[in-house]
Ligand binder design. Structure first.
Ligand code: ZN
Length: 282
C-alpha cells in the first residue's frame, strides 16, 4: 500500500469513527435536556420501550434497513437520528483533512490534534441540536469542557503540534470568550433592562476560547455568528413580527463561527481583513 493510499484509509476511518460518535451524540441530544445519564441504560424505542439490538444501532444504515421504523412496534424513528450521524461523520472527515492535511503529517501530534478538534466539533453539533429544540445549552457541552480544552492544549504544546496555543493560551481564550460575551450581555442589560442572550451562550464561547485561543478566534467567531444570525434571523423576526432575540437561539451561530474558524479561519481572515491579519501575524 502506498503512503497516499494509507492516508486515504486513515481519513476514511476518521469518517467511520465520526458516524459512531454521531450515534452517541444522538443519545446526548435526547437525554441531556432531560438530565438523564448518557451511558446507562442502553438505547430503547421511546414508544414501546424495546431495547435496541446492536445490529439495529449501526449508524445511518440501520435507519435505512428498518425503513425509519422501530422493529417491534413500527413507530416511525425521526430522520434526525441518521442526519446527526451523517453530519458527524462528514465533520470528522473534514476536520481530519484540515488537521492532518497529507500523508507527511500522519504523526502522533497531528492525530491527537485531530481527536481534540473533532471532540470540540462534536460538542458543537450536540449543543446546536439541543439549543434549537430546547433553547438551552447543557453545561456538560460548554463550561464543563473548559478544563478539557486547557488540558488538551497543554498536551498539544507538549507534543509540539504546530501552532499549539498551550494551556496559557487556552485559559486566556476561555476568559476572553466568556468575558467579551458576558460584557455584551451586561451592556445590553444596562441599556434595555432585558437579557440580550442566554448565559448559556457566554459559557459556550468560553469553551470555544479554551480550545481555539482568544485572538483572532474569538472575535472571528463573533463576527461570523452575528452576520449569519442576522441573515437568518432578521427575515424570521420580520415575518413573525417580534424581536430578533425571541426568534432564534444564538448558540448554533456561535457553533457555525467556531467550525468555520477551525476549517478555514486564518485563510478567511487573510481574505476579509488583510490589514488585521497582518497585525495579528497570521
Ligand atoms: Zn418501538
Amino acid at each position: 500500500m502506498s503512503f497516499e493510499t494509507f492516508y486515504q484509509v486513515v481519513a476514511g476511518s476518521a469518517l467511520v469513527f465520526g458516524l459512531l460518535i454521531g450515534s452517541f451524540l444522538n443519545v446526548c441530544i435526547v437525554r441531556m435536556p432531560e438530565d438523564r445519564s448518557v451511558v446507562w441504560p442502553g438505547s430503547a424505542c421511546p414508544a414501546c420501550g424495546t431495547a435496541i439490538r446492536p445490529y439495529d444501532n449501526v449508524p445511518v444504515l440501520a435507519w435505512l434497513w428498518l425503513r425509519g421504523r422501530c422493529r417491534s412496534c413500527r413507530t416511525p424513528i425521526s430522520p434526525l437520528y441518521p442526519i446527526v450521524e451523517l453530519l458527524t461523520g462528514l465533520v470528522a472527515w473534514l476536520v481530519f483533512r484540515r488537521i492532518v492535511p497529507g500523508p507527511e503529517s500522519l504523526d502522533t501530534a497531528h492525530l491527537v490534534a485531530f481527536l481534540v478538534f473533532f471532540l470540540f466539533s462534536a460538542l458543537l453539533i450536540a449543543q446546536t441540536f439541543i439549543d434549537v429544540r430546547h433553547y438551552i445549552i447543557p453545561d456538560e457541552l460548554s463550561v464543563y469542557a473548559v478544563p478539557f480544552g486547557v488540558a488538551a492544549n497543554a498536551v498539544l504544546a507538549w507534543l509540539g503540534y504546530p501552532g499549539a496555543i498551550g494551556w496559557q493560551g487556552a485559559v486566556v481564550g476561555a476568559l476572553a470568550g466568556g468575558g467579551i460575551l458576558g460584557a455584551i450581555m451586561g451592556l445590553y442589560w444596562l441599556v434595555r433592562r432585558e437579557e440580550g442572550m442566554g448565559f448559556g451562550d457566554v459559557k459556550l464561547l468560553a469553551m470555544m476560547g479554551s480550545f481555539l485561543g482568544a485572538a483572532p478566534a474569538v472575535p472571528f467567531i463573533l463576527f461570523v455568528a452575528s452576520v449569519a444570525g442576522a441573515i437568518v434571523g432578521v427575515p424570521i423576526a420580520l415575518v413573525r413580527g417580534h424581536g430578533l432575540r425571541a426568534a432564534l437561539p444564538f448558540g448554533p451561530f456561535l457553533a457555525l463561527g467556531g467550525f468555520v474558524w477551525l476549517l478555514h479561519g486564518p485563510e478567511l481572515l487573510q481574505r476579509w481583513f488583510p490589514a488585521l491579519a497582518l497585525v495579528l501575524g497570521r
